[in-house]
Design a protein around this ligand. Sequence first.
Ligand code: MG
Ligand code: ZN
Length: 168
Amino acid sequence: MFLDRDGVINVDKGYVCRIADFVFMPGIFELLSVAKAQGFLLLLVTNQSGIARGYYSVQDFWNLSAHMQTCLQAKVGFGLDKIYFCPHAPHTCACRKPGLGMLEQALRDFDLNLGQSCMLGDKFSDMQFGLQGGIGLNLWLEGSIEKANFQKLVCISDLKQALGFLKD
Ligand SMILES: [Mg+2]
Ligand SMILES: [Zn+2]
């Protein structure tokens, strides 16, 4: 399972880089627990252009990631299996979503069946990433229903709604 970070794992406050600003989303602990129990690998794919913009450093990103993993370990008993991030500015690389660089790296790291995999994100670029990458189930948190019907996306209004799609 591919997971966006800001707006999915934590509340998107815009360029979140400090521990004090990292607030877990309602329902994320249960969602991750169910996904883990269903056998999904938990792969974070996050655009972090704040690094290229000079708002924070790669080290800041890893410090915050370590905090996230520690909290998850304490709350649900495991952390995410892998963290992929794009530190680049828009239109300068192949790894910023909807580009597929992070997906391609995941395919090198793990034996994945993308058709049975899931992408969960809150931006249309997350959905484009999933669709163009061949991911079977694309869950769009607070997505646009008109846009979704068109594109075989599944809109959900909160993380609890995602549970039903993982359990079938
Ligand atoms: Mg997001
Ligand atoms: Zn990139």
